[in-house]
Design a protein around this ligand. Structure first.
Ligand code: CTP
Ligand code: MG
Length: 230
């Protein structure tokens, strides 16, 4: 088995509203994206890391990490799934000839991933169906229509999807292309695989693996990084 990582980082960070893409905001003396990439560079069993950048990106090339020999870059698209597909195509070129290629897809906006959780995902995911880091929901959940509760659902059925998400390269490319052809919105890799008939495994992650989305998330990420004593 060969392992690769794809990190989509071509988003504009509109909800962060900080005037520049959130992946380049500074977090404990490094750019946020450097924290997100680091666990994949530390894992020497990963052949390479494909970073997907926006066409207009002028910031990545200025980071110290940009010259790392195991990082490749390519250009993304207007939606996250398009960016991921672009990254997967690079993996396909680079891993041609290998039969069992597994790809970890991880948001550039998740800087607090523990390397040990990524390793556990690789151990516990199903070889064919793949798997994702996720957490059970702890709040009571309501199904609603126009701000009125229709019913309380059984939260034991619901998990929050995180990244990384691990899938075999070829089936993942096919699944994402299928969704694109049918114009289906895809917010994570698992949803595309589910639609293609796969049943990805849920591997319990941790609360600290947040996706930095709104301004207040940046402080929270700083807190979690300090906890991890990195
Ligand atoms: N992403 C990407 N290409 C896109 C959109 C998103 O590579 N066209 C990446 C982002 O850079 C991020 C990850 O996908 O690392 C998760 O997306 P999200 O948190 O939604 O980031 P943004 O799209 O940048 O933020 P927003 O939705 O607030 O604009
Ligand atoms: Mg987005």
């Amino acid at each position: 088995t060969r392992y690769w990582a794809v990190i989509p980082a071509a988003g504009g960070g509109t909800r962060m509203n900080s005037g520049r893409p959130k992946q380049y905001l500074s977090l404990k003396d490094r750019a946020l994206i450097e924290w997100s990439i680091q666990p994949f560079l530390d894992a020497e069993w990963i052949d390479g890391v494909v970073l997907v950048l926006a066409r207009a990106d002028s910031e990545f090339a200025r980071l110290p990490i940009a010259r790392h020999p195991r990082i490749l870059t390519t250009l993304g698209g207007g939606a996250r799934a398009e960016s991921v597909l672009a990254g997967l195509e690079v993996v396909a070129e680079r891993s041609a000839g290998f039969k069992d290629v597994q790809v970890l897809v991880h948001d550039a906006a998740r800087p607090c991933l523990h390397g040990s959780d990524m390793e556990r995902l690789c151990e516990e995911a199903d070889d064919d169906h793949g798997g994702i880091l996720a957490l059970p929901v702890s709040d009571t959940l309501k199904r609603a229509r126009q701000h009125k509760i229709a019913e309380t659902v059984d939260r034991a059925f619901y998990w929050r999807a995180q990244t990384p998400q691990l899938f075999r390269l070829e089936p993942l490319i096919r699944a994402l292309k299928e969704c694109a052809e049918h114009g289906l919105p895809v917010t994570d890799e698992a949803s595309a695989m589910e639609r293609a008939g796969y049943q990805p495994r849920l591997v319990r992650g941790r609360e600290s693996n947040i996706k930095v989305t709104y301004p207040e998330d940046l402080q929270l990420a700083g807190f979690w990084l300090a906890q991890a004593q990195r």
